[in-house]
Design a protein around this ligand. Sequence first.
Ligand SMILES: C[S@@+](CC[C@H](N)C(=O)[O-])C[C@H]1O[C@@H](n2cnc3c(N)ncnc32)[C@H](O)[C@@H]1O
Length: 619
Amino acid sequence: MPIKYVPFVPEPVEGQAVLSNFNRVLKYKGVDELSMTLQRGMPLYEVERQEIIGDNLDGNMLIRGECISACAYLKNRGIQVDLVYIDPPFASGADYAKKVYIRRNPKVAEAIKQAEKELDIEELKAFEEKMYGDVWDKEKYLNWIYENLMAIKSIMSETSSIYVHLDFHIGHYVKIIMDEIFGEDNYQNDIYWYYYNKLHGATKQVFPRATDMILYYVKNRNSGFTFHHLTEERDKPVKKLKYSFVDGKIQNDKDENGKAITYMSTERQIDNVWRLSMLQPADKEEPVGYATQKPESLLERVIGASSDEKMIVADFFGGSGVTAAVASRLNRKFIHCDIGINSIQTTRDRLRKTEAEFDIIEIKDGVQLFRNPVQTMDKIKELIPGLKNEDSLDSFWEGAISDSKLGMIPVYVPNLMDSSSKLLDKVMINRIIHQAIPELNSTIKKVIVYYVDITDINEINKFIKEDDSTTVEIELRDLKVVLDDVVIEDYIETHTEELHEDLFGGYAVYIDKFISDRVMNKISDFNNKSRMNATEKKPFKPIVISEDGLELIEFLSLDCTSDSGEWHSDGEVKIDKLGYMIVNGNKTNEFWDCRVCCREKPLRLKVRNICGDETIIKL
Ligand SMILES: C[S@@+](CC[C@H](N)C(=O)[O-])C[C@H]1O[C@@H](n2cnc3c(N)ncnc32)[C@H](O)[C@@H]1O
């Protein structure tokens, strides 16, 4: 349950965010729900600091949680940001997958004396896992983005700027929304990222699409917002007239004969079409293994143009951490937020390779049990006893449970991807009673409604009782109770040895056995699918995991400072997808050797499996 609700913007800004106006323009559905959410404010949850890296005097943050809750947290702490870049999930109807790689098992590898340095990467590529889905209908998406942009606006400083990265699917609609929220006057540019070297395959499109769109606004154009003109090299030098400013007016420079002075210009001012040699996703050139990853060169422009050193740069849909990485490199402070654990881990590891210092913070909104919301949603369906898909029901219902006495009981489950649907309030129950239930078959006697947050259960039950327009029984159930039962930690067996290998001594913790039911279930699903899709040409080749399970480990860290509370990584090893070690952020040419070392006596061990679940054991 949120501790409280934090208002979106301090007070309505004249001439902006006029919902009725917006409603008229877009005629999107669910506008009541949106205005109710805006009235209520952003949910403020408790947070937990999970890890501290370095002294972090700049207050850099990686926040795991939803954009809106992260904004509530920042606003409550009085933190304002100077620059926002966001690349929210598009309404493209696509699902994004993370490639999961089985690692090289040091024990097995030793046994068979693998001589080769490079393993066949395709052989190692095991399975893909959905990270987040962005299948939205347009109205829902627009409601969602409206709320998110309102939340972001409420923590932007008066002199700040915002860049919103979109494409043809929804970009033009979001432009209208941005006009509503930030004001038409504060619009600066739509920037087109032109991937000019994209290879166009056979296409039915009239002109092949080769651009993304970035909408650039400032919070207040009269505030003296930060902007630096940027330049790039010209393809060919051009002759230009030399000029100076005299009494504020531009004047061509002349030589002693009164002839205009010219020079060969090799640079040009960057305009709103950005030709970057990188393609997207940028994971080929800048491999951090994140679908939809944007190139650093793009963020260099955004950050270089609209911020100065030590300003706070925030990305609330941070993904691979590109914004945080570039901000840190350019000596800016950074805030990275993302709903998925994989994003937080990828960004953490990416920043760890640099000297960056930051805290990792988790928003305790009760639904962060799994690695990402898509997985949580999939899991929920399995966890609600008796819940089955039911084709005859509208998509509002997740499915139905069959009851011998009552017949079919439709079940509503909130969409964890959409924060507004997580809260069961009067608006939602009203919608269920007056819209969703009347559309059901008249034989339905009962429905079940799951919630994550509820305004007040007694008040909602009273509301249901007092509304006599339906005879269908409505049972309310807390979804967190379902989620609480299901996390089975990975099993880790270790032994610790004192080191005498160098002058400093220290300790090595060896992993003897690692069992992960969560990963094994994924692999078994993958094997079943491959078996069904096998052909003579491509026979079934199952993924087999050794008994000690060491190939399922991606990362290990030792805490020698404290045996509880936030994590201090006093020694860590990341195993890359080829099996090489990155020790304390430094890449090596050595394969992983089953252990992780530290100087002081280790108190706790954290192990991250290849899918991203983390398990901590005391040593
Ligand atoms: C298109 S990706 C961003 C990619 C990023 N710009 C990069 O270069 O790596 C969108 C990200 O938004 C995250 N996301 C989706 N819904 C979110 C929400 N409500 N709050 C915060 N993050 C969310 C997803 O997990 C995903 O990482």
